[in-house]
Design a protein around this ligand. Structure first.
Ligand SMILES: Nc1nc2c(ncn2[C@@H]2O[C@H](COP(=O)(O)OP(=O)(O)O)[C@@H](O)[C@H]2O)c(=O)[nH]1
Ligand SMILES: [Mg+2]
Length: 253
């Protein structure tokens, strides 16, 4: 079944990456559309995106203003997509770490799940070219999040995800407080505590070739504190608050 799909890609200084990632997305899924959410990149990414959008009707650009963090950019992108009736909304990085070839696997899983997470760590480690300290930090974060909050996913800080519009409407986007990467945990945690079905698909994660990482100590600290805030929000229950009824089987066409 085809559903209207939007890939949301936040950008900050990604001039060399936006062309290749767009081509790879349209190759993987010619019917998908892309929304870039640019935070006034000093390297001119925004102007380049405007040129690309003028030539390609499947490509959209939201100029979001001054640099405000990944979380803010995604919230603006989700609202843009929900207003326009997209049914599957992806998060994806601009830097080539997330391979668009995996989009069909996400869409297949999303037929029976409300939120599909790409996982680097289930059934093996599939991270290419990261320094060991960053890999250990990322894997350790996953174990820690699960211990403290009960969230039963193998890669809670991963940023390759596919939401159904229904989940995004249920997550109160105006109440999301994360700016940085803890946004990933906060959104997944909200879906899980509300009883939505979460699936994980294995992905291979490649380190970026061009441009620079925006991970900072402030972002890491925000994520650490967020783990405890989320656990408290759910009163340390370590399980969902709500159980949603199984969806009715799709009518046979
Ligand atoms: N719009 C916007 N995008 C951002 C911001 N911070 C990071 N990004 C984008 O988010 C994605 C992930 O960031 P990246 O630096 O690759 O993080 P890393 O892969 O964890 O090192 C990339 O597409 C970045 O351009 C921000 O403040 N605003
Ligand atoms: Mg990256």
């Amino acid at each position: 079944m085809h559903r209207k799909t939007l890939l949301i890609i936040p950008t900050y200084d990604e001039r060399d990456n936006v062309g290749p990632i767009s081509e790879a997305v349209f190759r993987a899924d010619p019917e998908a559309e892309i929304l870039f959410v640019d935070d006034d990149s000093p390297d001119g990414t925004g102007a380049l995106l405007d040129e690309m959008a003028a030539r390609e009707p499947r490509l959209h650009v939201l100029h979001h203003g001054a640099k405000a963090g990944l979380g803010r950019a995604y919230v603006a992108g989700f609202k843009w997509g929900l207003e326009r009736g997209y049914e599957r909304l992806f998060e994806m990085d601009a830097d080539g770490s997330h391979d668009p070839k995996e989009i069909p696997a996400f869409l297949a899983a999303s037929e029976t799940a409300d939120l599909v997470l790409g996982t680097r760590y289930k059934g093996g480690i599939r991270v290419i070219d990261w320094p060991l300290n960053r890999l250990l930090l990322s894997m350790g974060a996953g174990v820690f999040v699960r211990l403290v909050t009960g969230l039963p996913v193998s890669d809670p800080t991963g940023g390759y995800k596919c939401y159904s519009a229904e989940v995004l409407r249920a997550i109160d986007l105006d109440k999301i407080v994360s700016n940085g990467y803890s946004f990933q945990m906060e959104t997944t945690f909200s879906a899980w505590t509300q009883g939505f079905r979460i699936a994980e698909v294995p992905i291979v994660f490649l380190d970026r070739r061009l441009g620079y990482s925006k991970l900072s100590l402030g972002i890491a600290r925000e994520a650490f504190c967020m783990v405890f805030r989320l656990a408290w929000r759910n009163r340390f229950r370590r399980r969902p608050r709500a159980v949603r009824p199984a969806p009715a089987p799709a009518p046979q066409a």
